[in-house]
Ligand binder design. Structure first.
Ligand code: NAD
Length: 480
């Protein structure tokens, strides 16, 4: 324990950066606050261009040896990281809940096991990654995935360690070295990941973690000329700034951004299933990029759907995310809550009706909200709120449903509830979305591509798509 160690719910967390296998403090700090009750967790090192440069230099120095490490050895170490995560699921869960306010039971049972799975999956996929050979006039074309170099990974606060490791694991598996910058509202579990990776035997400099504000250390990282890949998950305005920073060096980018995804409920759907899917959209207090926040319901069942939705939503318990019985926790920050409420108040002023909610509960919690009487071109239908706020519109034909679903600048996901398989196929083919769920939500194989269309992102990650992004894919042509 040092003066830089915080004890968070009994767990020791180092508040400094992790650079080149050493803990490094900054002169300045920023304050980390718990969304559960607004209490101060502690002071975290506030990185600058100096620490960004040091982290990239460490990643650059460690790159040749890590890139030359056999696939089997890289996979072995990634499995050892997964073992370390599994041993610390309890600690990671309570620290993450304290830091970002998401449900403790979700962290324990779903999120942290998935963090371990991210490492295992990409370790195993690396071993399966096949080199394709083609033949042209007797010449062999041999395709290989070469490690690209130091990779900067920038992540948001809504699922901090899950989203970070969704990038860290494939980047390391590919043979790249990494500088991870977690969001300043949820910096803690990335620091624990650095400890776990070091204990698992990941060599110094292969994974670096820098803390701080996006506009400071983040900007310095994304404009650094020695960075070979940038993978970013976050908002559209930040993606634009990162793209500008990266443009100077033409650094390849992967962007996983926001959404305003539809849930289409057709009259032939199992309405109980549709309502279950609908209520699920309040998960993580609505702070889910993939959330189907726009309900599009066939006119003839809209009244009954709404009745059952209201009934089901009333059974949700909102409160302390550490309690086993809580379904909806706080929003991340009072500033976020203000933003959510401003969206809702403007919508109400423009003529929307709150079927449920429509107001904050206190400075950290927002009442689960469903708004009707909203115009297609209104702000509340077109902009991502990132809180427990859903809208409901009706349609009378399949064509209208598709038109409303696609009438957005986003294209991350879409969910359909219908009992008609042919309709599902027909509608899916017309939807602009990176992922379409038919009569389900959120289930996804890590082999499948993940990403968004339009303003929801650039590129796809997952399975071989991740290796395509993190590697310099090479074709070697050999004469007969
Ligand atoms: P954000 O864009 O404000 O911040 C994300 C990260 O970018 C943070 O680490 C932040 O410090 C950093 N950053 C900010 N400015 C930067 C700059 N100039 N240079 C470099 N880095 C910078 O997003 P947020 O509020 O943390 O997250 C919410 C957003 O993320 C929502 O739009 C949500 O839909 C999106 N999201 C998308 C996915 C996906 O997979 N598509 C997943 C989760 C969240």
């Amino acid at each position: 324990m040092t003066e830089h160690t915080l004890t968070v719910a009994g767990v020791a967390v180092d508040t400094r950066h992790w650079i080149g296998g050493r803990r490094v403090a900054s002169a300045e700090t920023f304050t980390d606050v718990s969304p559960i009750d607004g209490s101060v967790i502690g002071e975290i090192s506030r990185g600058t261009a100096l620490e960004a440069a040091a982290a990239v230099a460490a990643a650059k120095a460690a790159f040749p040896a890590w890139a030359a490490t056999s696939r089997a050895e890289r996979a072995r170490i990634l499995h050892a990281v997964a073992d370390g995560v599994e041993k610390r699921i309890e600690e990671l869960s309570i620290v993450e809940t304290t830091d970002n306010g998401a449900l403790l039971r979700s962290h324990r049972r779903g999120v942290m096991p998935r963090v371990a799975h991210n490492f295992r999956f990409f370790a195993d996929w690396l071993l399966k990654l096949e080199h394709e050979d083609f033949e042209t006039r007797g010449h062999t074309n041999h395709v290989s995935w070469d490690p690209a170099g130091p990779s900067v990974l920038i992540t948001p606060w809504n699922a901090p360690l899950m989203l970070a490791t969704w990038k860290v694991a494939p980047a390391l598996a590919a043979g790249n070295t990494v500088v991870l910058k977690p969001a300043e509202w949820s910096p803690l579990t990335a620091s624990l990941l650095a400890d776990i990776a070091a204990e698992a035997g990941l060599p110094a400099g292969v994974l670096n973690v820098v803390q701080g504000y996006g506009s400071e250390v983040g900007d310095a990282l994304t404009s650094h000329p020695d960075v070979r890949r940038i993978s970013f998950t976050g908002s559209v305005p930040t993606a634009r700034r990162i793209a500008e920073s990266a443009a100077g060096n033409l650094t390849p980018l992967s962007l996983e951004l926001g959404g305003k995804s539809p849930l289409l409920v057709f009259a032939d759907a199992d309405l109980d299933l549709a309502v279950d899917l609908a209520v699920e959209q309040y998960d993580n207090a609505g702070q889910v990029c993939l959330a189907a926040t726009r309900f599009l319901v066939e006119e003839s069942v809209a009244k009954e759907f709404t009745r059952r939705f209201v009934e089901k939503a009333a059974t949700l318990t909102q409160g302390d995310p550490r309690h086993e019985t809580t379904d909806i926790g706080p929003n991340i920050h009072p500033r976020q809550l203000e933003k959510i409420d401003a969206f809702v108040q403007r919508a109400l002023a423009a003529g929307a009706r709150a079927v449920i909610g429509g107001h904050r509960k206190d400075t950290q919690y927002y009442a689960p909200t469903l708004l009707t009487d909203v115009a297609q071109d209104s702000e509340i239908v077109q902009e991502e709120v990132f809180g427990p706020v859903l809208t409901l519109q009706t349609f009378s034909t399949e064509e209208e449903a598709v038109r409303l679903a696609n009438d957005t600048r986003f294209g991350l996901a879409a969910t359909l509830a219908t009992a008609d398989a042919e309709r599902a196929e027909r509608v899916t083919a017309q939807l602009v979305a990176g992922t379409v769920w038919v009569n389900c939500f959120f289930v996804r194989d890590l082999q499948a591509p993940f990403g968004g269309s339009r303003h929801s992102g650039v590129g796809r990650e997952g399975g071989t798509w991740s290796f395509d992004f993190y590697c310099d894919v090479k074709n070697t042509v050999t004469a007969p």
